[in-house]
Design a protein around this ligand. Structure first.
Ligand SMILES: [Zn+2]
Length: 347
């Protein structure tokens, strides 16, 4: 019958179209991969103008530079992770902090994770650290005798500043130099927040004398008993960078700190665990600029974009370390606050 033939014809045509569409369109997973997979696979930064795109826990950055594995006053840890990358402002700040903290009695920094070469979510660890504007610094100073071998930098255990099974600082570990390095970091205009364990915040509240205004930037948070987390504000030249809310006024040695010493913040979550945001975040969830960051060319070599250790940086707008403008090229950004990452960070 004519009608039957027509229907069959349409069906065949549709099947053909379906096959054609399947051939032309990539599979959905490939078109919109998990952001952590594509950003976690990057070995080198995007060799374009430095800019942060998106938010600390949902974004990426271009024009990244690495801090050298070794500098006069720092040693980078866990080198195999390839997370020594940051926005040039962040890297300059670490170099400056290492130098100035040495005068405060902190001989050098053990530098923990900063960001992946092009930022973005990570395969493991942090919820934030995606814009090259966050850095973790160990609460243990760099050894003054010699350099840690690379293997030791992988395995050296984190040292908690707390007494075992306690929210309180262990006074055998805590020193005036610990407070001094935090104060120095907080003194920089573009540092917006420094995250520490509530017990460490309490220690500062109880012991800091004289100028206490810098305590405002030191915020209590889960984890952060073996390292502190330095966050800078959106840098100049990053219109797509989403800032934080303003930090609450005052020293923060008040009821907001007392809350951490109640049961509530430590109560296990009820019900089924939601997956971590970074584990389900697709590339399409990031700012559109992050696709361009992925597509951008890489620099000629890692050395060409590594700061410190004698190398000179070739990335645009980055002054070599030691030059007058290296750490102070940009004006302080307005105070903004850190939102609570979801879910609670495990590190
Ligand atoms: Zn951190």
């Amino acid at each position: 019958m004519a009608l039957k033939a027509t229907v069959r014809g349409i069906a065949v045509a549709l099947a053909g179209l379906g096959a054609l569409a399947a051939a032309l369109l990539p599979a959905p997973a490939a078109a919109d991969p998990l952001a952590k997979d594509v950003f976690g696979a990057q070995r080198l930064p995007a060799a374009t103008k430095p800019a942060a795109h998106g938010f600390y826990s949902k974004g990426c950055f271009s024009g990244g530079v690495a801090i050298a594995a070794d500098g006069p006053n720092w040693q980078a840890m866990r080198l195999s992770r390839n997370r020594r990358w940051g926005h040039p402002d962040m890297i300059a700040l670490i170099e400056r902090l290492s130098r100035e903290a040495a005068k405060d009695g902190w001989p050098g920094l053990l530098v923990g994770d900063i960001s992946q070469p092009r930022g973005g979510p990570m395969l493991s660890g942090h919820a934030s650290h995606q814009l090259g504007l966050d850095a973790d610094i160990w609460f243990v100073p760099m050894p003054t005798q010699g350099r840690l071998p690379a293997a030791r930098r992988e395995t050296m255990e984190f040292v908690s500043m707390l007494k075992p099974n306690s929210l309180r600082v262990d006074d055998r570990k805590w020193t005036p130099a610990h407070a001094a390095v935090l104060k120095r970091a907080a003194s920089y205009g573009n540092v917006e927040r420094i995250l520490v364990h509530p017990g460490i915040k309490k220690k500062l509240c109880d012991t800091v004398t004289g100028d206490r205004s810098w305590l405002r930037k030191v915020r209590p948070f889960w984890g952060h008993d073996s390292h502190f987390h330095v966050r800078i504000g959106c840098p100049a030249g990053s219109p797509g960078c989403k800032g934080q809310e303003a930090a609450p006024k005052g020293e923060g040695c008040d009821a907001s700190l007392a809350w951490w010493f109640t049961e509530e913040p430590w109560r296990p979550a009820k019900g089924p665990q939601k997956p971590r945001a970074r584990d389900v975040m697709r590339l399409s969830a990031l700012p559109a600029a992050c696709r361009a960051v992925l597509d951008a060319p890489a620099p000629a070599s890692e050395a060409a974009v590594t700061v410190g250790g004698g190398a000179v940086v070739a990335a645009s707008g980055v002054a070599p370390v030691g030059s007058a403008s290296a750490a102070s090229a940009f004006a302080p950004t307005p105070e903004r606050a850190i939102p609570l990452p979801f879910p609670r960070p495990g590190d």
